[in-house]
Design a protein around this ligand. Structure first.
Ligand code: ATP
Length: 453
C-alpha cells in the first residue's frame, strides 16, 4: 500500500471506531488530551473479550500461574532499582522554529562513533532547519503522594506492569509456596509520557499491558531456550486465536546491540499495521536482573530455597509482554474490510466470533407488525440467555440493519419474517462475510450458532 492509501485506511478506521462507539479521543469535548483514548461500549467489549481470552489461556488453563493486581502507584525505590528514574528516557529534539517535538531516534540516526545525532535537513512539520540540542527526556509521569511535596513523596505512574509482579514475588512465595518454574501474570494500566504519541492507539501515553513474569531455576547453558521458544509459539497462537492473520505476524530476533543490557534474548512479535510492520508484543529473557535489583534496593532477599537440592538462589525470568490497546488496534485494522454487496459499497469488520462485541443480532422484518416483533423478542431472549452479547434491532429497513451490524463485526443476523410466524418455516440467518442467508428451524437455531461460534 502506498502512503496515501495507508493514511486514508487509518482515517477510515479511526472514523469507524468513533462513529460506531469503539474508541473516542480522550477528553474530546475539551479538544482532547494527546495520547489518551476512551473506549465506548463496543470497544470496551472487544477489549474485555481479548483480555478474557488472554487470562484464560495464560492463567486459568494452566496450573503454574499466579494472578496479581498491583497498585499503579508504587514506592519510588521500585523505579530507582530498575533504573527507570535515571534512565527511562528517549532522546528529545525540538524545532526552534515551530516548537514541534520529535524523538531523535525516530527522525534521525545515532552516530555510534561519538554518540551524536544526525538529524534531517528540515523539520518534518515546518520544513525549516532549526534544531535544538538533543536532550534525554524521562518518560515517567511523576506525582506526589500525600500533602507534603518533597523528594520523599515523589511517586510515578508505573511505566510497566512488570515490577508490580516482582515486588510481590515474596508474597506469592510465602502464601502459595509454588515450585519452580511458575509465573505471575497481570493485566493493568501503564503510563509513558511519550514524546510523540501517534498512529491512533498504537503509541499512547496511557495504555494497558498484559504481562507474565515466568520464573525458572538459574539455567545451565541453554536450558532456558525451549521454554522461551514455547512462549514465542504461545504468543503467536494467542494472536491467531483472537483472529489475527498468521501472515501478518512476524517474530523478529532482536540483535544483541539493540536489546536491553540485561536481556540475553529478545523477540519482538511484529504485526502488519496499515502504517507499517511494528512491535505488537515483546518476549525477553531478563535473567535474574529484576529480582536481584528489587532485592538489593529493598534489602529483602528475593531468593528461592530449593527443598530438593537444598540450594538458595535468585530465580531467572522470561517475560512475555503484550500491549492490550495495540492488540485491539491490530484486531480492528486486520478485520477492516471494504467491499461491494448487492451493488452497494459496504464496510465490515471481519472479527473472529470469539472477540466480536456482538455475536448475534435479531430483527423483526417490520417494526410495525406486533406479531413479528413479539416473536423476534421471544427469540432474542432465548439467544441472549444462551450467548450474552446479542442485540435486538428494529430500526430502519433490513438492509440498513445488516450494514450497521456489518460495521461492528456481528457475525450473524437472525431475521423473523412472515414465513416464520405464519408458515412455521423457521428464521433466516445471515452470514456477515458472504451475506448469504439460509432458513433454519427455530429449534435448531441455538445448536447451529453454538457450532459456528
Ligand atoms: P516501543 O518500542 O514501541 O516503544 P517498547 O519496546 O518500549 O515499545 P515494551 O516496554 O516492551 O515496549 O512494552 C511492552 C508492550 O507494551 C509493547 O510490546 C506494546 O504492545 C505495549 N506498549 C508499549 N508502549 C506503548 C505505548 N506507548 N502505547 C501503547 N502500547 C504500548
Amino acid at each position: 500500500m502506498n502512503k496515501k492509501t495507508t493514511d486514508s485506511v487509518m482515517e477510515d478506521i479511526v472514523s469507524l471506531a468513533k462513529r460506531r462507539g469503539f474508541i473516542f479521543q480522550g477528553s474530546e469535548i475539551y479538544g482532547g488530551l494527546a495520547g489518551t483514548w476512551d473506549y465506548g461500549p463496543f470497544g470496551l467489549t472487544l477489549k474485555n473479550n481479548i483480555k478474557n481470552l488472554w487470562w484464560k489461556r495464560f492463567v486459568e488453563d494452566r496450573e503454574d500461574m499466579y494472578g496479581i493486581d498491583a497498585a499503579i502507584l508504587m514506592n519510588q525505590k521500585v523505579w530507582q532499582a530498575t533504573g527507570h528514574v535515571g534512565g527511562f528516557a528517549d532522546p528529545l529534539v525540538e524545532c526552534k522554529n515551530c516548537n514541534s517535538r520529535f524523538r531523535a531516534d525516530q527522525i534521525g540516526a545515532l552516530i555510534e562513533k561519538d554518540k551524536s545525532w544526525q538529524l534531517p535537513d528540515s523539520c518534518p512539520n515546518c520544513k525549516k532547519f532549526a534544531w535544538s540540542p538533543v536532550k534525554q527526556f524521562n518518560m515517567m509521569f511523576e506525582t506526589h503522594v500525600g500533602a507534603v511535596q518533597d523528594d520523599n513523596s515523589v511517586s510515578y505512574l508505573r511505566p510497566e506492569t512488570a515490577q508490580g509482579m516482582f515486588v510481590n514475588y515474596k508474597n506469592i512465595i510465602d502464601t502459595f509456596h509454588p515450585k519452580l518454574p511458575f509465573g505471575m501474570a497481570q493485566i493493568g494500566k501503564a503510563f509513558r509520557n511519550e514524546i510523540a504519541p501517534r498512529d491512533f492507539t498504537f503509541r499512547a501515553r496511557e495504555f494497558e499491558q498484559m504481562e507474565i513474569e515466568y520464573l525458572i531455576k538459574p539455567p545451565k547453558g541453554d536450558e532456558w531456550v525451549p521454554l522461551f521458544d514455547k512462549f514465542k509459539d504461545e504468543m503467536v497462537a494467542f494472536s491467531k486465536e483472537i483472529g489475527l492473520d498468521e501472515n501478518h505476524i512476524h517474530p523478529i530476533e532482536i540483535a544483541e546491540a539493540d536489546r536491553a543490557f540485561y536481556s540475553k534474548r529478545t523477540i519482538d512479535i511484529e504485526f502488519d499495521f496499515p502504517f507499517g510492520q511494528k512491535e505488537l508484543y515483546g518476549l525477553a529473557y531478563r535473567t535474574d536482573y529484576d529480582l536481584k535489583k528489587q532485592g538489593e534496593f529493598s534489602g529483602v532477599a528475593l531468593d528461592y530455597y530449593d527443598e530438593e537440592t537444598k540450594e538458595r538462589f535468585v530465580p531467572h525470568c522470561i517475560e512475555p509482554s503484550f500491549g492490550l490497546d495495540r492488540t485491539v488496534l491490530a484486531v480492528l485494522t486486520d478485520a477492516y474490510r471494504a467491499d461491494e454487496m448487492d451493488g452497494e459499497k459496504r464496510v465490515y469488520l471481519k472479527f473472529s466470533p470469539k472477540v466480536a462485541p456482538v455475536k448475534i443480532a435479531v430483527f423483526p422484518l417490520l417494526r410495525n407488525k406486533p406479531e413479528l416483533v413479539a416473536k423476534a423478542r421471544e427469540i432474542y431472549q432465548v439467544l441472549k440467555k444462551e450467548f450474552g452479547a446479542v442485540e435486538f434491532d428494529d430500526n430502519g429497513n433490513i438492509g440498513k440493519r445488516y450494514r450497521r451490524q456489518d460495521e461492528i463485526g456481528t457475525p450473524y443476523c437472525v431475521t423473523i419474517d412472515f414465513e416464520t410466524i405464519e408458515e412455521g418455516k423457521g428464521v433466516t440467518i445471515r452470514d456477515r462475510d458472504s451475506g448469504k442467508q439460509e432458513r433454519l428451524a427455530e429449534k435448531d437455531l441455538v445448536t447451529f450458532i453454538k457450532g459456528k461460534l
